[in-house]
Design a protein around this ligand. Structure first.
Ligand SMILES: Nc1ncnc2c1ncn2[C@@H]1O[C@H](COP(=O)(O)OP(=O)(O)OP(=O)(O)O)[C@@H](O)[C@H]1O
Length: 474
C-alpha cells in the first residue's frame, strides 16, 4: 500500500470515479432544481439515450449486413444510426445519421412506434441536412400551445429619445427598437418553438388568407400593435367586413373606412396620388431611389394599408342598371389602384396587406395576389385554395399543408415561407390581446397620426381633408 507505484495506480483509478461522482451530483442537482415539465424532458432525454440501440432494432431502424470473412458460417453485423440528443422546452431533439437504406422515410414510418417506446405523445421526423434526420419527441407541441406575451410586441414601442409619454415605467431604450418591427415581422414560433420572421423591408404586398375564424384578424392585430408605436409608420384601414373588429384601431389610422365602396374608393384614390407624388419626389427628398436604402422616418413614413376581407372590393356585379354600372366602374378602379400600389409601392414605402377568406382567382385578381411578396395561409379546406395563396410547391410539403390545419387546435397557426427556413414553415401566432389592449394602444399612439400626403405637400392636403374615422372627406 505504501508502495509509490501502487499509490499512483490508486490515484489514477480515483480520477474517473471522482469525475463520475461530480457528473452524478451535477445531474441530480439539475434534476432537483428543474420544474416538473423540465424534469419530464430530462427523464425522456435520458430514456432515449439509454435505450436507443434496443429501440432502433425493435423499430426497424437498424441495418443488418453480412461481414466478409473466411471463417465458416456467415456472421452478420448490425449498424445502428448514431444519434445526438438535446433538450428543448417542449421535448427532446434527436439528430440521427442515416445509414444504408435507413433515411427520412424509414424514420417517418417508425415515428409512431418511437413515440410509444419513448412514452411521448408524438414524434416528428424531418430532413435536417443531407445524411441527418431530425426527430422531435414532443412532450408538448409548440404549434398547439397558445402563445401570448413573448412573441407579442410590447404595446407601447415608443422608441425615440426624449419621449415623455406613458411608458409604463419603462425606459424607452428597453422597448422594441423603432426599425426592427418596421423592417421585419415577428410572426410567432415554429414547431421547434424558434422565432419565425419575414422581412417586410422592400415589400409592397402581403396577402393573408384562411378559413373564417382561424386567426387572420388576430394576426393583423398583432402586426398593428407592432407598428403602432412607431412614428415612422402611418396606417390606413379598409374593413370589408364592416363589423366592429377594426373600430378600436381607428384613432391610430390616418384613413379609415368600412365596407362602403365610395369611402374605400376615396382612400385608394388618395393613396394612389401619394404613390405618384412619392415617385416624383423620392430622389430629391431622400437622396435615394429606394426608401429601404435608408429607413422610414416621421417625414417619410412607411404607409401600411390594411384591407380586411379584401375580396369584398374586387367583385363586379355585372348588372346593367346605372347603379350597378357605377359600382362596377368603382370596383374596376379599386382593382387597378390596389394592383398599382402593390406593383409600384415597394421603393416608395407603401405596403398593402390584404386579408381574405378566399385567395382563389375569382376572389382576389391573380395580378394582385401574385405580386405580393409575402403570403401567409391559415387553414384551408381545399388544395386549390392552398395552392392559390402559397403556390404549387406547397403540395410537396404535406406536413405544412394548410388543409392539415382544419382543427380547433390550429386556430392561430399558419403556413408561410419564412426567412432562413427551408420550404414552408408552420407558425403559431400569438394571441394579440383583448380589445381593450388595442383600444388603449390606438389611443395612446394616436398622436403619431399624420396624413402622409400632407407631409409631402401641405397645400394639397389643406384642400383635401383625409378620410378618417369612417367619414368621407369633408
Ligand atoms: N393566435 C391565436 N391565439 C389564440 N386565439 C386566437 C388566435 N388567433 C385567433 N384566435 C381567436 O380565434 C377567433 C377567430 O379569430 P379571427 O377573428 O382572427 O379569425 P378570422 O380568420 O379573422 O375570421 P373571419 O375571417 O371570420 O374574420 C378569435 O376569437 C380569436 O381571439
Amino acid at each position: 500500500m505504501n508502495d509509490p507505484s501502487t499509490r499512483a495506480a490508486l490515484g489514477l483509478a480515483a480520477i474517473p470515479a471522482a469525475v463520475y461522482l461530480l457528473l452524478l451530483t451535477f445531474r441530480t442537482v439539475r434534476y432537483l432544481r428543474a420544474s416538473p415539465a423540465q424534469r419530464r424532458v430530462l427523464r425522456t432525454a435520458r430514456r432515449i439515450k439509454r435505450t436507443w440501440r434496443r429501440t432502433a432494432r425493435r423499430t426497424a431502424l437498424a441495418h443488418r449486413e453480412p461481414v466478409r470473412t473466411w471463417e465458416p458460417g456467415s456472421p452478420v453485423r448490425t449498424l445502428i444510426p448514431a444519434i445526438k440528443v438535446r433538450r428543448a422546452a417542449w421535448g427532446v431533439v434527436i439528430e440521427a445519421h442515416t445509414i444504408a437504406r435507413i433515411g427520412l422515410k424509414q424514420f417517418q414510418d417508425a415515428a409512431e412506434h418511437l413515440a410509444d417506446a419513448w412514452r411521448v405523445p408524438a414524434v416528428r421526423a424531418e430532413q435536417a441536412a443531407p445524411g441527418i434526420v431530425r426527430l422531435r419527441a414532443m412532450l408538448t407541441d409548440p404549434l398547439t400551445t397558445p402563445l401570448t406575451a413573448p412573441a407579442t410586441p410590447q404595446p407601447f414601442t415608443l422608441a425615440e429619445p426624449g419621449d415623455t409619454r406613458d411608458l409604463g415605467g419603462q425606459d424607452w431604450r428597453d422597448l422594441v427598437p423603432l426599425h426592427r418591427s418596421v423592417r421585419s415581422w415577428e410572426l410567432g414560433v415554429d414547431a421547434d418553438a424558434t422565432p419565425v420572421t419575414v422581412a417586410t423591408s422592400n415589400v409592397s404586398g402581403i396577402v393573408v388568407a384562411g378559413l373564417s375564424g382561424y386567426g387572420k384578424t388576430n394576426l393583423l392585430d398583432a402586426r398593428f400593435a407592432a407598428l403602432a408605436g412607431s412614428p415612422a409608420v402611418q396606417i390606413a384601414v379598409i374593413d370589408g367586413k364592416g363589423g366592429p373588429d377594426w373600430d378600436r384601431h381607428q384613432p391610430r389610422c390616418f384613413a379609415f373606412a368600412k365596407d362602403n365602396l365610395d369611402q374605400a374608393h376615396a382612400i385608394l384614390t388618395r393613396l394612389h396620388a401619394l404613390l405618384t407624388r412619392r415617385q416624383h419626389q423620392i430622389s430629391a427628398r431622400l437622396g435615394a431611389t429606394n426608401l429601404w436604402d435608408t429607413n422610414p422616418s416621421r417625414p417619410w413614413p412607411l404607409v401600411v394599408l390594411i384591407i380586411d376581407e379584401a375580396h369584398t372590393f374586387f367583385h363586379e356585379s355585372k348588372g346593367s342598371d346605372p347603379e350597378s354600372r357605377k359600382r362596377d366602374q368603382q370596383v374596376r378602379e379599386i382593382t387597378r389602384m390596389v394592383e398599382e400600389l402593390i406593383r409600384k409601392g415597394r421603393n416608395v414605402g407603401i405596403q398593402t396587406i390584404l386579408a381574405t377568406q378566399k385567395a382563389t382567382g375569382d376572389a382576389i385578381p391573380t395580378r394582385i395576389r401574385d405580386n405580393c411578396q409575402v403570403a401567409i395561409s391559415f387553414a384551408q379546406r381545399t388544395s386549390e385554395a392552398a395552392t392559390a395563396i402559397l403556390g404549387s410547391d406547397i403540395t410537396d410539403h404535406p406536413d405544412a399543408h394548410p388543409r392539415r390545419l382544419q382543427d380547433p387546435a390550429y386556430v392561430g397557426v399558419a403556413t408561410l415561407v419564412a426567412d432562413g427556413k427551408p420550404g414552408y414553415t408552420l407558425v403559431r401566432t400569438p394571441y394579440a390581446g383583448p380589445a381593450e389592449h388595442m383600444d388603449r394602444l390606438a389611443r395612446i399612439t394616436a398622436q403619431y397620426v399624420l396624413d402622409p400626403l400632407a407631409l409631402l405637400d401641405p397645400e394639397e392636403s389643406a384642400n383635401n381633408a383625409p378620410i378618417v374615422a369612417g367619414r368621407a372627406a369633408a
